[in-house]
Design a binder for this molecule. Structure first.
Ligand SMILES: Nc1ncnc2c1ncn2[C@@H]1O[C@H](COP(=O)(O)OP(=O)(O)OP(=O)(O)O)[C@@H](O)[C@H]1O
Length: 326
């Protein structure tokens, strides 16, 4: 029998629950992540990446709710576990880092204590053991003078240092999966690269799989082996990362690839040219009929306005949802 994937999201639906109606915010989303694998979810703001991540973490809150499908960790469904059980999985099996560490860190508690708590809560360590491990954890994420820094409060650290603390907390108990939601978006470009390298290196060393969420296809493709592109609550394309660049199949993916800074001579002269995808992601209650991308798509024809395209398999386990993908 083949081993189940580390994480399997199957036909996930997330509803926006209104007074008299439920609007599907995310629909038919499926993907699998193997042990130690790196997987990216990419798309513009509002496509449903973050709420997909929150549903995996059991952190979705009203007015959003899982409306169907399954989320399996090592083959076991976790989407309807009682809160106590999902809390035990968080930290121990799956951990998450967010765009803005200030929202996830407790402003009133020294960072060392917040890391140490993970060892006390999840590994039954004593406080003195846990404090020593917290210094080591800060050293691992390359915070200088960790013995001193453990006593700092979050506001005393720079944005990059805070994100390092978040990584230390997330990886403290050796989770199997790290969910990273726009972990570098709030940081300076040079710090971004350091944080990405650190995350990649530590996860590779520990065999931790990464689900990387970003609007930045370049960043995701740099870290991830496979990439799923989301648009208006659906995965419109999934492929190996290098294939997404070489042969993007969905017009939306092509738009994302075209909007990346150009490499080569122009970039060498410090000039960047960004192509843009005209228009914006529709609101949940206003998803258009047919293909949800059709109002922004240069290839749209009558069938695109009438029928939602079914997923078409691509070589190498990929898929695309487009009537004109050929
Ligand atoms: N708490 C909420 N209440 C109502 N709607 C929400 C809530 N959170 C998210 N949404 C809506 O769900 C949709 C998907 O949002 P989500 O945050 O997952 O997008 P995203 O692709 O991750 O974008 P971003 O990078 O901006 O977070 C959006 O239309 C958003 O407005």
């Amino acid at each position: 029998m083949t081993e189940p994937a580390l994480l399997e999201v199957e036909n996930l639906r997330i509803d926006l629950v209104g007074e008299d109606k439920r609007h599907p915010a995310v629909e038919g989303v499926s993907f699998k992540i193997g042990r130690g694998e790196t997987f990216g979810l990419v798309g513009e703001s509002g496509c449903g990446k973050s709420i997909t991540a929150l549903s995996i973490m059991g952190l979705l809150r009203h007015p959003l709710a899982i409306g169907g499908g399954a989320i399996r960790l090592e083959g076991k469904e976790i989407q309807s576990l009682p809160p106590g059980q999902i809390r035990r999985l968080r930290g121990r099996k799956i951990a998450m880092i967010f765009q803005e560490p200030m929202t996830a860190l407790n402003p009133l508690s020294p960072v060392g204590r917040q890391i140490a708590e993970m060892f006390v809560l999840h590994q039954g360590a004593s406080w003195s053991e846990a404090n020593a491990k917290a210094v080591e954890a800060l050293r691992q994420v390359r915070v200088p003078s960790p013995e001193r820094r453990v006593k700092d409060f979050p506001h005393q650290l720079s944005g990059g240092m805070r994100q390092r603390v978040m990584i230390a907390i997330a990886l403290a108990c050796g989770p199997d999966l790290l969910v990273a939601d726009e972990p570098t978006t709030a940081l300076d470009v040079t710090v971004q690269a350091e944080i990405v390298d650190l995350m990649r290196e530590l996860c590779a060393a520990k065999g931790t799989a990464i689900l990387m969420i970003s609007h930045d296809l370049g960043l995701v493709a740099n870290i991830c082996r496979r990439v799923a592109v989301m648009y208006a609550g659906r995965v419109v394309e999934e492929q190996a990362a290098d294939e997404v660049f070489r042969h993007p199949r969905h017009p939306y993916t092509r738009g994302l690839v075209a909007s990346l800074p150009l490499l080569g001579s122009r970039a060498a002269h410090g000039r960047r040219q960004l192509a843009e995808i005209a228009g914006t992601v529709p609101a949940i209650a206003a998803y258009p009929k047919g293909c949800r991308f059709n109002p922004r798509c240069g290839l749209a024809t009558d069938i695109c306005r009438a029928e939602d395209p079914a997923p078409t398999p691509l070589p190498g386990d990929g898929l695309v949802r487009c009537h004109h993908h050929g």
